[in-house]
Design a protein around this ligand. Structure first.
Ligand code: P1T
Length: 384
């Protein structure tokens, strides 16, 4: 499939990057479980030399993601964090990064604990406020790093305004699109330079692969990151690439159900007497609901809420759920629930957690695609 421009999202999710296998006609891209490729004469090959550099199953998967993100290129990695590692390796000591203050705990950790000691500087700022975003830039700022909606507080950041700001400061903008997937949000179309995903989440969607992907239409950026993908070597194996491609085929169908289930749960929780406050971008009570409406075509499957009380109340509730699994991660077909302060965001310093609002009574839900009545009944019995 060469011309993707006129096809719908669902058609691309199922077909882009993939064509029947030239040897057998296999409709599904085979798992090319090989590390190396025979050459006819030294340097004379069919485009594949060694599987760290390129592998046909990975090529198909990358082609599919590029089409879904409306990007020229995509590059697959062995985890979401490995995409960040590659992007940070484009920087040099003294370079500066502006990052949103509320990010996945592991993102904060790789920036603060791994790259800061090498001389990369970071400013974590509340980027839902454009004034504080502007003030965070320095003459050395090379990258603007956004997660939107943020993890776990679900702040919605204005991608278009922030990408423009970065461009005016000669910095590249990166959007971690993990929470929305390209089905609900396409940052490159809003002016961002680079999109990343933890494909571990909605993209693969079945909680059985850890992986990451980068998408971009910038030729220079692609060339540098392709070099780093091969040089650092954190690439996914062919079986994982196959599984993610299989997951992508239902992304559009899954995302609709994640979002409708999440909306029903958010509305239920908002009315519950034992709940203090619910944060879901689809609720009118969300502080950036208008921005969410502007840049997202759906509100996703993630909900955060404060239960009345403190850690004992949160703990008791989390111990009582039966269908929701108490587990880190998100974006799979099954519903998950977790405690950010103790689980996913434990590597964020306690003081910072307090400032951000990641208190001991904060709970995060990843709404799966089960029957919503069963999910509501489960929450109801656990809240009693
Ligand atoms: O786990 P990995 O595939 O390396 O991706 C890291 C990552 C990157 N970006 C976002 C927005 C994420 O949420 C994550 C991983 N997050 C969890 C495991 C979690 O439960 O929030």
């Amino acid at each position: 499939m060469k011309d993707n421009t006129k096809l719908g999202f669902g058609t691309l999710a199922i077909h882009a990057g993939q064509s029947p296998d030239p040897v057998s006609g296999a409709v599904m891209t085979p798992i090319y479980q090989t590390s190396t490729y025979a050459q006819a004469s030294p340097g004379e090959h069919k485009g594949y030399e060694y599987s760290r550099t390129d592998n046909p199953t990975r090529t198909a998967y990358q082609g599919c993601v590029a089409a879904l993100e409306s990007a020229k290129y995509a590059l697959a990695f062995s985890s979401g964090l490995a995409t960040m590692d590659a992007i940070m390796h484009t920087l040099r000591p003294g370079d500066h990064v502006v990052c949103c203050d509320d990010v996945y705990g592991g993102t904060f950790r790789i920036f603060d604990k791994v790259f800061k000691p090498f001389g990369i500087q970071f400013t974590f700022a509340d980027l839902s406020d454009l004034k504080s975003a502007g003030a965070a830039f320095t003459p050395k700022t090379k990258l603007l790093w956004l997660e939107t909606p943020t993890n776990p507080m679900l702040k919605v950041l204005d991608i278009q305004a922030l990408a423009n700001l970065a461009r005016s400061k000669n910095a590249l903008s990166v959007v971690d699109n993990t929470f929305m997937s390209p089905y609900f949000q396409q940052p490159l179309k809003l002016g961002a330079d680079i999109v990343i995903h933890s494909i571990t989440k909605y993209m693969n969607g079945h909680s059985d692969v850890v992986g990451g992907v980068i998408a971009t239409s910038n030729d220079e950026v692609y060339k540098e990151l392709k070099f780093l993908q091969n040089s650092i070597g954190a690439v996914p194996g062919p079986f994982d690439c196959f599984l993610v491609m299989r997951g992508l085929k239902t992304l559009h169908v899954r995302m609709e159900r994640h979002a409708s289930n999440a909306m029903a749960i958010a509305k239920y929780l908002e009315k519950h007497p034992k709940i203090e406050r619910v944060i879901y971008p689809g609720l009118e009570s969300h502080p950036q609901h208008a921005v969410a409406r502007k840049q997202m075509s759906g509100f996703g499957g993630m909900i955060t809420f404060f239960i009345k009380g403190g850690l004992p109340e949160a703990r008791s509730f989390l111990e009582k759920v039966r269908i929701f699994a108490l587990a880190e991660s998100l974006g799979g077909v099954e519903s998950l629930i977790e405690h950010p302060a103790i689980m996913t965001h434990a590597s964020v310093p306690a003081e910072t957690r307090k400032t951000l609002g990641i208190h001991d009574n904060l709970v995060r839900i990843s709404a799966g695609i089960e029957d919503v009545k069963d999910l509501l009944a489960d929450l109801d019995q656990a809240l009693q």
